[in-house]
Write a protein that binds this ligand. Structure first.
Ligand SMILES: Nc1ncnc2c1ncn2[C@@H]1O[C@H](COP(=O)(O)OP(=O)(O)OP(=O)(O)O)[C@@H](O)[C@H]1O
Ligand SMILES: [Mg+2]
Length: 241
């Protein structure tokens, strides 16, 4: 479980988060939504210390992660894998090598063992047909799939996704949604997903927290969010041209 307890964060005296509190249940797929600039990325980055909150606490499985030094954050970042919006793969390594390299390095195993593990994980994300390809030859959806495999291969407890479907075509986006659900429920992984994608949230989220003006405006099911009578939320959920 991840607990956000009264998180505050300002940049240049301008408050972005003004007392954000919510809980992410273990093994759930938890969406964080909100308008552009609402502080979604700031919230998710705070879990692994890429952003340091000014006030408040974040606990991951009971351990406080706010205020840890860089050495202790290395461990937190191993347990909580962050998937950047743009895939950050090495273009000059094959898909298999991209996934195997961090396994060999972090888990201190031989290349052969790392590659066997990488192969198994790539198979589980349905990417076993592209093992010998190079990232620039792949579509964005496949690149994202490989980035997810690379993170999963490190056996995290938490996956943090920042806009995983932005920039993908609808077919690729739905495949990523399915993958997020599958991995979360199959491996008991806790997944936090920052997203604007209304189709994603409807089909994928177990729970949604909606950020507005620095606080949580809604915390509940996706269905409840779509049915909301709150004007701010309704404008977001049912945009009119
Ligand atoms: N490192 C930083 N330094 C200064 N300001 C920052 C920093 N990171 C975020 N901000 C500001 O905090 C606010 C919230 O940013 P954030 O990236 O969390 O928004 P978001 O909800 O993820 O938006 P989007 O949907 O556009 O990605 C923005 O006004 C942004 O400019
Ligand atoms: Mg963002």
């Amino acid at each position: 479980m991840i607990v956000f307890d009264d998180i505050h964060k300002s940049f240049n005296n301008s408050p972005v988060l003004r007392g954000v509190s919510f809980r992410v249940a273990k093994a759930s797929v938890h969406f964080v939504m909100g308008m552009s600039g609402a502080g979604k990325s700031v919230t998710i980055k705070s879990v692994i210390g890429l952003i340091r909150p000014d006030r408040g606490r974040i606990l991951v499985d009971g351990r406080e992660v706010t205020g840890l030094d860089e050495a202790d954050l290395v461990e937190v970042r191993a347990q909580c894998q962050y998937i950047f919006q743009h895939a950050t793969l090495f273009d000059h390594l094959t898909v298999l090598e991209n996934v195997a390299m961090p396994v060999a390095k972090r888990m201190k195993v031989s290349t052969a063992i790392a590659q066997a593990r990488a192969r198994a994980v790539l198979e589980s994300v349905h990417a076993d047909d592209i093992l010998e390809r190079f990232p620039p030859e792949l579509g964005k959806g496949s690149q994202k799939r490989v980035a997810i495999a690379r993170a999963l291969a490190l056996e995290p407890r938490v996956m943090l996704y920042d806009e995983p479907t932005t920039g993908l075509d609808p077919v690729a986006a739905r495949r990523i949604d399915a993958l997020i659900r599958e991995t979360s429920h199959r491996h008991g992984l806790t997944s936090m997903v920052v997203s604007h994608d209304l189709t994603s949230v409807r089909g994928t989220a177990d729970h949604v927290s909606f950020l507005h003006e620095g606080r949580i405006r809604y915390d509940g099911s996706a269905d409840g969010l779509f049915a909301t009578s709150d004007e701010v939320l309704a404008t977001f959920m049912h945009p009119r041209g």
